[in-house]
Design a protein around this ligand. Structure first.
Ligand SMILES: [Fe+2]
Length: 187
């Protein structure tokens, strides 16, 4: 389906509720990663780390492409947006390393944990301050949310699934992703 048509097929959703739901899912994924590691389930831990990379990338992209530009002018403290973008840049750097790594690397878990710390701060600031202020601006969060949902859908297709020769879809790990801004392989 062409990207421009996607919006017609996705139910409208409140932008802030969508982004908060992303945060909740990302927090749970970081907790799952630790749980799998504790149990010695290394494959599941690595799989979860890849999922974290994908979900954080998609979340960051829709915030930077849609939510921040829409709310920036209305927020009385634009520093909030600047800080959020710096946090995204730091997260992207770590994601580039995690996505191309594995537990065979002694620093893999450390990278996931530093990414978790960075994202926890980022999500707390947004949940407690930015979203509260954004809500009070009177912007149409339903309209912004519909655009966010459509863009997320397109990014999920772009990052997650490729169609093979038979027309079947199969998962594609984010380590093979090259299109995202700020995405780098570990050197
Ligand atoms: Fe966020």
């Amino acid at each position: 389906m062409p990207a421009s048509l996607t919006a017609y097929y996705i139910a409208p959703a409140d932008a802030i509720e969508l982004l908060r739901a992303d945060h909740d899912r990302i927090r749970k994924l970081f907790a799952d990663f630790e749980r799998h590691l504790e149990k010695g389930a290394r494959d599941k831990a690595e799989e979860t780390a890849q999922r974290i990379c994908r979900d954080v990338m998609i979340h960051s992209r829709v915030e930077e492409e849609i939510f921040y530009p829409e709310t920036r002018a209305a927020l009385d403290n634009a520093d909030l947006v600047k800080e959020a973008k710096v946090e995204h840049a730091l997260a992207n750097y770590l994601i580039g390393q995690v996505a191309s790594g594995s537990l065979a690397d002694a620093k893999f878990a450390a990278r996931v944990r530093v990414l978790a710390a960075c994202m926890q701060r980022h999500m707390r600031e947004e949940d407690d301050v930015m979203f509260v202020r954004a809500r009070s601006t009177g912007l149409d969060m339903g309209e912004i949310g519909a655009r966010i949902a459509a863009r997320k859908h397109d990014l999920q297709i772009e990052m997650d699934l490729v169609e093979d020769r038979n027309g079947d879809r199969r998962a594609r790990g984010p380590s093979r992703l090259t299109v995202a801004s700020g995405w780098r392989r570990a050197s």
